[in-house]
Design a protein around this ligand. Structure first.
Ligand SMILES: O=C(O)CCC(=O)c1ccccc1C(=O)O
Length: 367
């Protein structure tokens, strides 16, 4: 048997500065750390990254805890799995709840990679030795946003993503382009527009954006197809892509030119890799999305971004972007716009046990 016990730890920390979008503000972050142990004392780590309320996806910290505690962990410990490939089938009777599944799958895959002595990205064919880093500016104040771009440019980030809405978009983008005519810039709307805004959205074509992310409904694929035909700027889908099936529908309808793959939102590594492979086969570039996460989730994202199709810098920033003290050792560092990919087994980063303990508010062990 590859698993002997599993533990859950609730951890909480304030962000260095609030993360603001038109949907709401995140000031504190609470996530669930999943630890999967084997009989030799090896530990694999995963991180469940929903928010405390369902503003971005339907899951919350409490629903994830409930799903792990009452369903996913008991089922997994009872089944004596021999290989992580068995997980999707084992969990097929539990509908949706992708973030809960992703965290447990991450922990088991990290453990498996450690048992094999191989870096997690390599298990899935990832070959990159460094991954390109991008950063997100989420502020409702243009001066503050400009200051952030200035500060982050010291690390050489290769892509800047600015949160927009119909009220601030033209002003924000014009101001940024005045100061930085050539930086790789994209805009994320988090569903702030409707099809009635087509003439307004067409004005954004003037700003030479790499892409506009999720302009329309969070669960829409069809209207984005209609909009894409009216815009020069490629659309990137995020919220709409919750599974391989969604990605297939979006590609068939030509609803986007780019996909943001968020491992947590699609239910874990295996579904993320299926989406990656589909996009690679269709020449649709992908990048790795972020969830304002701690270092364990970040380490999994770095490993995922080593795969061939991740040709656009993702929302993978340094640990210090959000935290005064991350839970991994070393922390994630961005230098000259890149993150060096570790080559140690599993996620490739050790855990900062002292910091993890300081942030833990509750823990539970399952055998
Ligand atoms: O983790 C990061 O650095 C970026 C996070 C981010 O942009 C985001 C954070 C919360 C909810 C949605 C999104 C998004 O990608 O739209």
């Amino acid at each position: 048997m590859m698993l002997s016990s599993i533990s859950l730890k609730l951890i909480k920390a304030p962000l260095k500065r609030p993360f603001k979008t038109h949907l709401g503000t995140v000031s504190d972050r609470e996530v669930i750390i999943v630890e999967a142990m084997d009989e030799d004392g090896l530990i694999g780590y995963g991180e469940a990254v929903p928010f405390t309320s369902p503003w971005y996806t339907e899951e919350t910290t409490k629903t994830c805890f409930h799903m792990l505690d009452d369903f996913l962990i008991p089922l997994t410990l009872a089944s004596q799995i021999r290989h992580p490939d068995e997980l999707p089938n084992l969990w097929s009777g539990i509908r949706r709840n992708p973030m809960a599944k992703s965290a447990l799958e991450q922990a088991i895959l990290d453990l498996y990679a450690k048992q094999k002595g191989v870096y997690l990205g390599r298990l899935f064919g990832g070959e990159r030795r460094e991954v390109a880093a991008g950063v997100v500016i989420a502020s409702n104040d243009i001066e503050d946003a400009m200051r952030q771009i200035e500060d982050f440019s010291d690390s050489g980030y290769q892509r800047y993503k600015i949160k927009i809405n119909p009220q601030n978009d033209l002003e924000f983008l014009a101001e940024i382009r005045r100061a930085y005519p050539d930086i790789p810039l994209m805009a994320d709307a988090n569903s702030a527009y409707t099809l009635d805004d087509i003439p307004h959205l067409q004005k954004l074509d003037d700003f030479k954006l790499m892409m506009i992310e999720q302009p329309l409904g969070h669960d829409d694929i069809v209207e984005h197809s209609f909009l894409q035909k009216q815009l020069q700027t490629p659309i990137c889908l995020d919220e709409s892509i919750n599974s391989f099936h969604d990605a297939k529908s979006a590609l068939s309808l030509q609803s986007c030119g780019v996909i943001n793959i968020k491992m947590a939102k699609v239910g874990g590594w295996m579904e993320a890799v299926r989406i990656h492979d589909l996009c690679l086969g269709n020449d649709v570039p992908v990048w790795c999305g972020g969830m304002i996460e701690f270092g364990i989730s970040r380490a999994h994202n770095i490993a995922l971004a080593t795969l061939k199709g991740f040709t656009i810098p993702g929302d993978i920033s340094s640990s210090s972007r959000y935290w005064d003290g991350d839970i991994i050792d070393p922390e994630v560092i961005v230098e000259n716009g890149v993150i060096q990919v570790p080559d140690k087994a599993g996620i490739g980063f050790a855990i900062n046990e002292k910091r993890l303990k300081e942030l833990t508010t509750y823990s539970k062990l399952y055998k």
